[in-house]
Design a protein around this ligand. Structure first.
Ligand SMILES: Nc1nc2c(c(=O)[nH]1)N[C@@H](CN(C=O)c1ccc(C(=O)N[C@@H](CCC(=O)O)C(=O)O)cc1)CN2
Ligand code: GAR
Length: 222
């Protein structure tokens, strides 16, 4: 088997999708190695999940950068740019081949995207919506509300490449989720169905990218 692809995972919360990836790697069903899990939130349970799996973790704190600048739009922008530049340095120091955003609730600026592109490090993201629909945060709740209004009869989840325009990168894997008849599925029950779908999509999507990266490595070494 080819050497495992080195992955850095970015999170902000529970880490159930991270756990799905950890478990598949441990079962020998994903040819990858998670070199570090980084969160922008100190209390993210995903950090505990990583530690339990003996994966190095890091909390990267935006507040520290905001405190070094005035609380003005310009100051916040500068803080975010410095934060993103340091995040890129932190990640590239581990020489990952792939960065996977799994509930990472921070919009990445060119100060992050450009250094990774220069290093040819791919960035992908899991998003609980169909391409072009419900970009951004709270996508599950927004889709459920749109369904209750009769505006949609399906939603979905996808893995996509990360570009500057949020959630508009090329889809890698898309899985549709139909709403149930009768409009009586509450948002909690629906959200559970979405997460269960995500746990499969994240594995299939990451595996597709791993195979692409392995093929590229073989071509470049041929
Ligand atoms: N430049 C990009 N950055 C990120 C992408 C992307 O496609 N391009 N994907 C996201 C993940 N994401 C949706 O899938 C997402 C995460 C967070 C936000 C957002 O509005 N964040 C706010 C803070 C919100 C909060 O703290 O609750 C912010 O950054 O100011 C939108 C979309 C990862 N980044
Ligand atoms: N816009 C990004 C976004 O909404 N991501 C979503 O955050 C959740 C993370 O769950 P987890 O922490 O249990 O993996 C997932 O539902 C993921 O799709």
């Amino acid at each position: 088997m080819a050497s495992p692809i080195r992955i850095t995972v970015l999170i902000s919360g529970n880490g159930s999708n991270l756990q799905a990836v950890i478990d598949k790697i441990a079962a020998g069903q994903l040819n990858a190695s998670i070199v570090r899990v980084i969160s922008n939130r100190k209390t993210a349970f995903g950090l505990e999940r990583a530690s339990k799996a003996n994966i190095p973790t890091q909390y990267h704190n935006l507040v520290k950068y905001k405190k070094q600048h005035p609380a003005t739009p310009e100051g916040v922008q500068l803080a975010r740019e410095e934060y993103d530049a340091e995040l890129a340095r932190l990640i590239l120091a581990d020489t990952p081949e792939l960065v996977v955003c799994l509930g990472f609730m921070h919009i990445l600026s060119p100060q992050f995207l450009e250094p990774l592109e220069a290093a040819k490090t791919r960035i992908i993201n899991l998003h609980p919506a169909l391409p072009g629909a419900f970009n951004g945060v709270n996508a599950i709740e927004r889709a459920h509300a749109a369904w209750l209004e009769g505006q949609i009869d399906k939603t979905g989840v996808m893995m996509h490449d990360v570009i500057s325009e949020v959630d508009m990168g090329t889809p890698i894997l898309v899985r549709e989720i139909p709403f149930q008849k009768g409009r009586d599925e509450n948002v909690e029950a629906f959200e559970t169905r979405v997460h269960e779908t995500e746990w499969g999509v994240v594995i299939e999507g990451v595996d597709l990218v791993l195979k692409e990266l392995q093929a590229q490595k073989q071509q470049s070494s041929a």
